[in-house]
Write a protein that binds this ligand. Structure first.
Ligand SMILES: Nc1ncnc2c1ncn2[C@@H]1O[C@H](COP(=O)(O)OP(=O)(O)OP(=O)(O)O)[C@@H](O)[C@H]1O
Length: 816
């Protein structure tokens, strides 16, 4: 057996091999030491070799721990019945489990997608394949630079990354943005010819042309399929055709913007996803996250989502009913994936049946509303599959197949008989005993059972001579004789083997049902998509009703007019939120926003970005009216952040993020800047902030808001007609300042930093001294005067002359 083990281990050197021995999965040698340590189980030994094992029925929780600790686990099963085996039982690895290839609910973390991401590269363009094996989703995209690749990785948070060997130097960079299990996959796995073959075979296609994948994307997709074949062994027919995300069809959000705007992570402050999520299914929750990461840029698609949200939000009863029905739908995406890859459990079929039962109600609800009819008609009812499940499956099937508690009575005559036999064996024996008593006339005749002889008929010695001919003597005791009859022997055979036969019959019936329902996997996946989208859209309708959101309208000239807008997250946490207008257009497309500390600048500028993201994923927005452009990208440079582990100081990070904006923003982007230039000396900071602003305004020309305490920057409005100043109003009272949070035209007179320091509890002696210093240095400062010089005619002329030279190609990024 150890020889057998070592052969297996030799083929799976990079895995912990869990070797099935009876009721345990055992590990040996170094694996045993490691497993004992990771799982905190006892390290024992077998013939002097280290060994550690876990009971087979608790395997899931142990595997989960090993995988989350970053190990690959090979499951080596006994692949023949030990009772039938001649000599050593045959054992084979039936599955290699890795963080990105698991699909069991018990192993998956919560409701989030569990992506495996594959990367290839050609001439500086990265091909990226993202696949969630547990839901069957396959997404393909490309990007042009490492920072963009890192953005994709940090936003989609894959559980595992397959990195082409020639790209292994990127591992360090990837590890700075992702905790994924990174596996280097040898280059030959990415060879185009074999990848093409794999993709064609996998999808049973004659040609891959219509998939619209470039050669690099095909290589990455083929490599993924090769990897899955070496880990999962079972068919993975549930994986959908690749959906190509063209970067031009979605709004680009880089990793720092996702973080700065708190789109996903809550960290106690509330995130956009948290306040928008009123979905009632796991599929809906995953879809919402995907939508948030990829807002649309196609107005028609956005309007289609908005139409549904509007119809649902206008009909309270319909919305409530829909929510209730959807609440009864299980995680079909994952169930269907397990069905299609032969890993479904009886509970999966039960959940599928219960979900299918609800479909007619949802469909009826939607088709009866003219504007929702089209969505309703996309819901297929799967009556055939439901009928089979109704007939075949018990109301509450047990979790495991084989005990006879899964298949409903009446579905299989043979199974019913076997179960009957087991359940009624006592009755049946009594009946046999009564018949034998009657036939022999011996009232003291007994039918008995013991482990050595099985079933037998017992007659007292005195009556033995009356034993009929068909009685065969089995044993003679002092007071009695024991016999067997052909009928009793047949009964015994049936009873003893009934358990085993129930087990195998139920298994094969179950497999047949799974296969039959699994044939509709593709259509069931389509149903999952329809239902998950519906769930997100009802979630949008629910929040729109609850919080008074309005339907956004879109313009094509970049003009923006949002009236009485609110910050979707902050408004949920403050007692009374002061709404503000947002405008971009002829009168100004670049705003310098000054205002005291704590006045609401950051809130206002984030709110502008958040409202656009909400609108472009198809949601209503917190405002009384919203006319918006469709942005291709949103950039934010907000807050102080360092990356000490990556060797980057706060100011370097700030400048790198700014450089990214300058190189990537287009005329159709939105740029939100908060305190750029604050991480260095005032003179350096203002100079950088000033020239960055000029560059964005002149060379890029996109809608921009720049919140700053450098009031000197407001002088820019003197030089450029499209740069305007805004400030946040406060009221100075005897007791201190009152924050009104109202954004108005103009420039802040003071920063009121010392007032805020007072609110924070800085001792009064420190505050008084600060006031004194402020009075002196404000008088002495030559900065204001110096900045004003910049707007004098001569310097403006020089600037104009230079403007022609402004060329975006001159920008070099630190990180490209
Ligand atoms: N429009 C508003 N209505 C109600 N409360 C608001 C509004 N805007 C901001 N606030 C409240 O004021 C607090 C401070 O706002 P914010 O952080 O936006 O100020 P700031 O001007 O950016 O400050 P600093 O310059 O110190 O960074 C917020 O946490 C929020 O509670």
């Amino acid at each position: 057996m150890m020889k057998q083990y070592l052969e297996v281990k030799n083929n799976y050197k990079d895995c912990i091999v869990l070797f099935r021995l009876g009721d345990f999965y055992e590990t040996f040698f170094d694996d045993a030491r490691l497993v004992a340590d990771e799982l905190q189980i006892v390290l024992t030994s077998r013939n002097g070799n280290p060994m550690a094992g876990v009971p087979y029925h608790a395997i899931d929780s142990y595997v989960r721990k090993l995988i989350s600790a970053g190990h690959k686990v090979a499951i080596c099963e006994q692949t023949e019945d030990p009772a039938q085996a001649k000599g050593l039982v045959r054992r084979e690895v039936t599955r290699v489990m890795t963080p990105g290839t698991i699909m069991e609910d018990e192993l998956l973390a919560g409701q989030a997608n569990n992506y495996i991401l594959t990367v290839s590269e050609k001439k500086g363009t990265f091909a990226v394949v993202l696949s969630d094996i547990s839901t069957g989703e396959v997404v393909v995209t490309s990007c042009e630079s490492l920072p963009e690749l890192l953005d994709i990785i940090s936003s989609f948070e894959p559980a595992q990354i397959l990195l082409r060997e020639s790209l292994k130097t990127l591992k360090k960079d990837i590890m700075t943005v992702s905790g994924a299990f990174i596996e280097i996959f040898e280059d030959w796995n990415f060879a185009l010819s074999s990848s093409l073959r794999y993709v064609k075979e996998f999808y049973s296609l004659a040609s891959t042309d219509h998939l619209e994948l470039d050669s690099s994307q095909l290589e990455a997709l083929g490599a993924l399929f090769k990897y899955l074949q070496t880990t999962n062994f079972k068919p993975m027919k549930h994986l959908s055709l690749p959906r190509v995300i063209k970067r031009s069809e979605t709004m680009q959000l880089d990793a720092s913007t996702i973080e700065n705007l708190n789109l996903l992570s809550s960290q106690g402050k509330g995130s956009l996803i948290a306040i928008m999520d009123e979905s009632v299914t796991g599929m809906g929750k995953r879809k919402l996250k995907q939508w948030l990461l990829t807002p649309l840029t196609d107005v028609h698609k956005i309007e289609r989502r908005l139409d549904t949200v509007q119809s649902l939000s206008e009909d309270r009863l319909l919305l409530e009913e829909l929510r209730e029905y959807l609440g009864g739908i299980f995680d079909l995406e994952r169930i269907v994936s397990r069905l299609a890859s032969d890993r479904a459990s009886p509970r999966d079929l039960q959940s599928l049946r219960n979900s299918l039962r609800i479909l007619p109600y949802i469909k009826q609800l939607l088709v009866s509303n003219p504007s929702l009819r089209e969505r309703g008609e996309r819901i297929v009812l799967f009556s055939k599959e439901l009928e089979l499940l109704e007939k075949a499956l018990q109301d509450e099937p047990s979790a495991f197949v084989g005990e006879g508690k899964v298949i409903r009575k009446g579905f299989s005559h043979e199974l019913d008989e076997l179960r009957d036999l087991l359940e009624n064996s006592v009755e049946k024996l009594k009946e046999l005993e009564r018949r034998e008593k009657e036939a022999t006339g011996i009232s003291t005749l007994k039918v008995k059972y013991n482990k050595v002889f099985g079933y037998f008929i017992e007659l007292p010695k005195a009556q033995a001579s009356k034993a009929p001919e068909n009685y065969t003597r089995k044993q003679t005791l002092v007071n009695c004789e024991r016999y067997i009859t052909p009928e009793l022997k047949a009964f015994e055979d049936r009873v003893l083997s009934a358990g085993e036969r129930i087990d195998s019959l139920e298994r094969s019936l179950f497999e047949n049902i799974c296969r039959e329902v699994g044939n509709s996997a593709k259509d069931l996946q389509e149903l999952s998509t329809v239902l998950s989208e519906l769930d997100v859209l009802q979630s949008f309708a629910s929040i729109a009703r609850k919080y008074g959101y309005v339907r956004p309208e879109f313009t094509s000239d970049g003009a923006t007019r949002v009236e009485a807008s609110r910050h979707p997250i902050v408004e949920r946490f403050v007692g009374e939120f002061t709404p503000n207008d947002i405008t971009f257009g002829e009168e100004g497309r670049f705003f310098i926003l000054t205002g005291p500390n704590m006045s609401g600048k950051s809130t206002y500028i984030r709110q502008i970005a958040l409202i656009s993201i909400m609108a472009q994923i198809g949601s209503f927005v917190p405002a009384s009216r919203a006319v918006l452009p469709v942005y291709d990208r949103i950039f934010t440079r907000i807050g102080a952040r360092d990356d000490l582990a990556g060797g980057k100081s706060t100011f370097l990070v700030e400048m790198m993020e700014t450089a990214t904006i300058l190189s990537r923003a287009t005329e159709d982007s939105l740029v939100i800047l908060d305190e750029v230039g604050r991480g260095t000396s005032t003179f350096d900071g203002i100079s950088i902030a000033w020239s960055v602003s000029e560059y964005i305004y002149e060379a890029i020309g996109c809608n921009t808001v720049f919140a700053t305490h450098f009031t000197e920057l407001t002088e820019l409005s003197q030089m450029y007609s499209g740069i305007r100043n805004k400030t946040v109003k406060i009221m100075e009272t005897e007791k201190g300042i009152v924050f009104l949070h109202r954004v108005i035209e103009g420039v802040a007179s003071k920063s009121h930093g010392i007032d805020v320091a007072k609110l924070a509890g800085i001792p009064s002696v420190v505050l008084e001294r600060a006031e004194e210093i402020l009075r002196v240095i404000s008088k002495q400062s030559a900065l204001d005067k110096a900045v004003r010089v910049l707007t004098t005619d001569d310097l403006v002329e020089i600037r104009r002359a230079k403007k022609g030279k402004m060329n975006r190609n001159q920008i070099t990024l630190f990180d490209t």
